[in-house]
Design a protein around this ligand. Structure first.
Ligand code: UFG
Length: 330
């Protein structure tokens, strides 16, 4: 039986596909290549170029392959953008999830591993945040992920689909051999944007807000290496195969870094100063997000391998400096 990876040509999806293949799994990918890249996946892997909202296309895949479990990465992910374009997020993420669940249940596919997000928590009441804390998103992206989680939960209760929902904190870094990494047309993520300055692709990094109630006034996040996220998916697969009940887990390192600390760390990695400017707060940004991942460590037996933020940034730097134009250079 095969694993269907929706969004398998994207950033986290492609790293997970690689990990699954290394573990000896048969993988099929569905990706509309809107942000994913054909070059991010091994040419031996079957790719269906289709949209998550195209039920007929999904059902064709389920008819052509015996699919044991679906991994669902195919979503829009930019919290800042979602504040201005909420319907883009509700359409692709929420409606896409509805179509996927319809296709799965109509075709008898009963397991799903879902890419959820720390954004479901909004501004947490306590740090580190654990899975039972209040979920009150501060942006439409986080809201869409929370609705998607709820949809799976209700479908699970009614139709017996088992799921693992993985709430990623801030995904960062690239494969250690620098062969795959993050490549968005207009990147907005902090580490990628910061590294564009020494790459000569932008003049400076703008720090969005310096008056937050944190020690240096900038937002704090928990940066987790993309390979550690990929590993967690393999753990989740084994968990479901072992009969584990439907469940949801935070995935982070448990360490928080402010925007200024990340830029300082990036300067150390690249060995030179990175020009910065101070700007207004970005709408929808929570002040601080740091994970408690005790549950994933205990139940999924997951241990992140990258616990040093400079090492994480170094893998991103290696990828970007070897491929300044992303997959175009491959
Ligand atoms: N930031 C800047 N300048 C920039 C880009 C970002 O100051 O040019 C700041 C942001 O304001 C924020 C922090 O850097 O305070 C991190 O921002 P990112 O855009 O890198 O990431 P987000 O925390 O907004 O969101 C990311 C993913 C989401 C995920 C979330 C989980 O995009 O999909 O992490 O914490 F849900």
């Amino acid at each position: 039986m095969a694993i269907l990876v929706c969004g398998g040509a994207g950033y986290i999806g492609s790293h997970t596909v690689r990990q699954l293949i290394a573990a000896g799994e048969e993988v099929i990918i569905a990706d509309n290549l809107s942000t994913g890249h054909r070059a991010a996946i091994n040419s031996a892997v079957k790719l269906y170029e289709c949209d998550i909202r195209d039920k007929a296309a999904l059902k064709k895949i389920f008819a052509e392959h015996e699919i044991e479990v679906v991994f669902h990465f195919a979503a829009h992910i930019e919290a800042g953008e979602s504040v201005h374009l909420p319907l883009k997020y509700f359409n692709n993420n929420v409606y896409g999830m509805q179509v996927l669940l319809e296709a799965m249940t109509e075709c008898g596919v009963d397991k799903i591993i879902f890419s959820s997000s720390a954004a479901v928590y909004g501004d947490p009441e306590r740090i580190p945040v654990d899975e039972l804390d209040k979920t009150e998103p501060t942006n439409p992206y986080g809201e869409s992920k929370l609705i998607m989680e709820k949809m799976i939960r209700w479908v699970s209760a009614a139709q017996g689909v088992r799921y693992v929902s993985l709430r990623y904190f801030n995904a960062a870094g690239a494969s250690e051999d620098a062969s795959i990494g993050q490549d968005y047309h207009n990147p907005t993520h902090l580490i990628t944007v910061t590294l564009q300055v020494p790459l000569g692709k932008r003049d400076h990094i703008t720090i969005f807000g310096t008056d937050y109630p944190t020690p240096d006034g900038t937002c704090i996040r928990d940066y987790i290496h993309v390979v550690d996220l990929a590993d967690a998916h393999v753990c989740a697969l084994n968990y479901l195969r072992g009969g584990g009940e439907s469940n949801f887990f935070n995935l982070g390192t448990g360490h928080g870094f402010s925007v200024k600390e990340i830029i300082d760390a990036a300067e150390k990695v690249v060995g030179r100063e990175i020009k910065k400017e101070f700007g207004a707060r970005r709408l929808g940004d929570p002040v601080q997000l740091i994970a408690s991942s005790e549950k994933a460590r205990k139940v999924l037996k997951w241990t992140p391998r990258f616990d040093d933020v400079e090492r994480i940034i170094a893998t991103a730097w290696q990828w970007h400096s070897l491929h300044p134009n992303g997959y175009e250079d491959k």
